[in-house]
Design a protein around this ligand. Structure first.
Ligand code: GLY
Length: 313
């Protein structure tokens, strides 16, 4: 029994482990752990209190994947519901689909009995507004929806202090089943409707009991382009060690062309319960907890540098 998570998973990893200790499934544990992060208003990268898009709307993405049978569920650009990870799980369990977005996802959440709520908290709104006011006349903020060239303001979303975030959980239960889950509010000031890697199976997450699982945080566009989470698991399938697989996937990101290359992090668990974290920058950590531990421990991520470039238009 083991759970690994991104550093912001501290608020949920013990609740998740309690579920595993009581014989619960890896899927139950991942959902429970991520729900705690989604409810944490102090985490501005996930769920309630997340930073909003350019229009001031909080749009949430989440997904989970069951490594037992490769079933998965995802929601994207979901507004008005605090627990996208639970909605994603219901997509997996109740529908023949994998992925719902926008109004369809919100409709489904309501049908599943979730209560709607305003996800934009005062502190998140203040950060959103203060940054826009640096460059926009006060009057303009009330007319954002009418802007004919909203796209020009997306550059604000490149502020690394506020763009980063996301939570990752990977659990392996008593029966050896592995589940991976991801939840995020995505980049602050993103263009409305933008999806990152988090809800995309193969990009932000992948789990297969036979080999292991991987989940990503960082610049989602890069993980989408390189199919990062799937690549890591695929490399393990091809016989690479967990460390070699992570290093190889980071090198793949370094090889990407284009104008926008930034930070990436991932955590990886193999089927034997070995784990590691990787980051393109120094100083990153992740957390883990096994069934015999009373509290989670924090561990350094292996740094595999990616040459960053961000050429503003
Ligand atoms: N990795 C999260 C995002 O890019 O939205």
């Amino acid at each position: 029994m083991i759970i690994i998570a991104s550093q912001n998973g501290y608020v949920g990893i013990e609740a998740a482990m309690d579920i595993l200790k009581q014989g619960g499934s890896a899927v139950d544990a991942v959902e429970a752990g991520i729900r705690c992060v989604e409810a944490n208003a102090d985490d501005h990268s996930v769920g309630y209190g997340g930073y909003p898009n350019l229009l001031g709307q909080v749009e949430l993405d989440a997904a989970l994947m069951n490594g037992r049978d490769l079933t998965s569920g995802a929601v994207g650009a979901l507004q008005g519901y605090k627990h996208p990870i639970s909605v994603a799980r219901q997509v997996m369990e109740k529908l023949p689909h994998v992925f719902l977005v926008g109004k369809g996802a919100a409709r489904f959440a309501a049908e599943m009995g979730h209560s709607s709520c305003d996800l934009l908290t005062g502190p998140a709104r203040e950060v959103w507004e203060q940054r826009l006011r640096v460059d926009m006349a006060a009057l303009d903020l009330t007319r954002l929806t009418e802007f004919p060239d909203l796209w020009r303001w997306v550059e604000i979303a490149t502020d690394p202090e506020h763009a980063a975030g996301t939570t990752n959980f990977i659990a392996q239960d008593m029966e050896g089943n592995i589940c991976a889950g991801v939840s995020t509010s995505g980049w602050a000031w993103k263009y409305p409707g933008r999806l990152g890697d988090s809800p995309i199976v193969g990009a932000g997450l992948y789990a297969d009991n036979r080999y292991g699982a991987a989940t990503c945080t960082g610049t989602g566009e890069m993980a989408i382009r390189a199919s990062t989470a799937h690549s890591i698991v695929f490399y393990m399938k091809m016989g690479l060690s967990l460390t070699e697989a992570g290093q190889r996937a980071m090198t793949d990101l370094n090889d990407l062309g284009g104008r926008y290359i930034s930070r990436m992090n991932f955590i990886v668990l193999d089927r034997e319960g070995n784990h590691a974290g990787f980051s393109s920058s120094e100083g990153g950590t992740y957390i883990y907890m096994t069934g015999i531990m009373d509290t989670p421990e924090e561990k350094s991520r292996l740094c595999v540098p990616v040459k960053e470039r961000w050429e503003r238009g």
